[in-house]
Design a protein around this ligand. Sequence first.
Ligand SMILES: C[S@@+](CC[C@H](N)C(=O)[O-])C[C@H]1O[C@@H](n2cnc3c(N)ncnc32)[C@H](O)[C@@H]1O
Length: 349
Amino acid sequence: MSALPNAHEALLKNRDLIVGRLALIGLSDTSLLSDLPGGGLALTDHAGVFARTPALNGWQMAFGYDDTALQGNAANTVVVFLPKARAELAFRLALAGYLAAAGARLILIGEKREGIAGAVKQLKAVAPEASKVDSARHCQVWLADSFATAGGFDLEHWMSWHIVDAAGVQVSVAGLPGIFSDGEPDHGTLMLLQTLADLPLPRGHSLDFACGSGVIGSWIQAWQRAGGTEPAPIDAVDVQSQAVICTRATYQKNQTLGDVLASDGLAAVTRKYRAIVTNPPFHAGVRTDTTMTEQFLRQAAAHLQPGGELRLVANSFLPYEALIRRTIGPVTRLASDKRFTVYSAKRQT
Ligand SMILES: C[S@@+](CC[C@H](N)C(=O)[O-])C[C@H]1O[C@@H](n2cnc3c(N)ncnc32)[C@H](O)[C@@H]1O
């Protein structure tokens, strides 16, 4: 039995619908590509999927919505896989319109439990004559011919800004469709920032792991500046393309110092830091999934200098405390409520 995601399987079953040059938006498993005819362009917004893609004849890979491989007016069939966040579907459909050549075919595929039925309204807004052509692998497959092409695809147009205010220090934070807590700060993030004001991290080069929109790194440096100290660099990593784009924009707007990298877990991280600060992932799609954060915790000590601190906020019910104690050192709870707990641990020498 194949382990391909259902929506990828549904495309394989319907591969006869593909005409001419193909563009795929939202690839989550690259083993699909070798089974599709003709090659084309495949976009993933996941740095791990991108990094693990083998060189494949005829296929050009793109990481995220700002990749220079995204050329307008070039595809005869554009396949959009339904994203988890509804706002990201409009974003993907706009990109599809940009990639599509005149008269191109649009195919939208998504799982029923992920809301493909509800997404059809959004599809029909850009392709009114779209119709359902198959139901397979718990998915629906929708098709529209002569999909109208859009003039361009301008990320600036999709980017939004909001202010995050914690402990009296404000930063402007960028958002794009599909990013974590777009438009307003997460309660856990705010709780973490308050502990950073009450008990600052040890000074020195730090890392914001799973940085989302870049709010934590930018806020720490704004807080350091507000207190009259020279800010120390804070590198930032996230697996998602929109997060990397937004963090770069947030860092630029707030003149935050630090490198911003796409990374699946700590894979792209090479240095050792004085501190690692994080509001780590706890979802895979709609399910709670702690494996990613558990793996991060097992590797984090190797990226901390002796005496360096891990500062982590997580849902209070998640079982991280014992693992932090085992992998980093004795744990202090700096703040806690029914929903979130902020943990601090220093790497033992
Ligand atoms: C709970 S959000 C926190 C975002 C941000 N730090 C904040 O506080 O608003 C977790 C972030 O983890 C990222 N993420 C998920 N899986 C990841 C992985 N394998 N490696 C790195 N980051 C990941 C998500 O893209 C998301 O931005």
